[in-house]
Write a protein that binds this ligand. Structure first.
Ligand code: SAM
Length: 237
């Protein structure tokens, strides 16, 4: 008979091994043509359920607030699909998710099936590269991306493609890590730099209060350059 204390210790050891195993897999990156993939899609999926729920809910509410009713929305670099699923289920948006990593798209499809969306609000997920989006010009009202742009080989080309697939009065909103924020991605350039030379123009770039009030991330809203004149930029703090 296993005593309760031994059982708790055993459970703790199993959890610790699992966290370390997945943590190592997540931290291991794989460079492929187009960008950088996460080493362990299954581990990232599990981690993101726990860690990123508090990030995705306000992001989804923000996207829903700028998207017209029933809007067509593309998520670039959707990973295991949690944001797309939230936007489709809770906000009724017509979601398409795209990711370079076939393993992430497999997770996203499984998560959407498990979420029991029914056919009406099920996002559709495809494998693809931000720098050559497989959609005709002017296909979407809104394009979003979270924590992915710093993985793209050519972020400026990705933003040009986003501009191409947006409808004339469409919006693009990207959330990505601010530069030099310890301890995450201290080496990254300011994601706003990727917008220079892109046909998308800046509407605003503002720190995003996550996690808690630490502002590790910034929200960058863009539109076609010729439509953005007169818009202001809030420089991230
Ligand atoms: C850190 S994960 C973020 C996933 C998800 N958006 C989230 O917030 O949890 C970065 C994702 O970007 C994807 N990615 C990397 N390069 C890409 C590219 N060129 N086009 C599309 N997706 C890309 C990776 O496969 C990975 O799923």
């Amino acid at each position: 008979m296993v005593r309760p204390r031994s059982f708790v210790i055993l459970l703790g050891a199993v959890a610790a091994v699992s966290v370390v195993r997945h943590g190592v897999g997540i931290a291991r990156r794989k460079t492929v043509p187009g960008g950088i993939l996460i080493g362990d899609a299954v581990g990232y999926d599990k981690m993101s359920r726990i860690v990123l729920g508090s990030f995705f809910r306000p992001v989804a509410a923000d996207v829903a607030s700028i998207a017209p009713d029933g809007a067509g929305v593309l998520e670039v670099g959707c990973g295991p699909g949690h944001l797309s699923i939230e936007l489709a289920r809770r906000h009724g948006l017509d979601m398409t998710g795209l990711d370079l990593d076939p393993a992430m798209i497999e997770r996203a499809r499984a998560n959407a099936d498990r979420a029991g969306n029914g056919s009406e609000h099920a996002p559709s997920f495809s494998v693809g590269d931000a720098s050559s989006l497989p959609y005709p010009d002017g296909s979407f009202d809104v394009v979003v991306s979270t924590l992915s742009m710093h993985h793209w080989d050519d972020a400026t080309a990705g933003l040009a493609e986003i501009e191409r697939v947006l409808r004339p009065d469409g919006r693009a909103v990207v959330w990505d890590f601010r530069s030099g924020v310890w301890p995450f991605h201290t080496h990254l350039p300011d994601p706003v730099e990727a917008t220079h030379g892109s046909p998308l123009g800046m509407v605003s770039a503002t720190p995003w209060p996550w996690p808690w009030k630490l502002n590790l991330v910034q929200r960058i809203e863009m539109t076609s350059a010729d439509r953005s004149s007169g818009n202001s930029r809030s420089v991230p703090g």
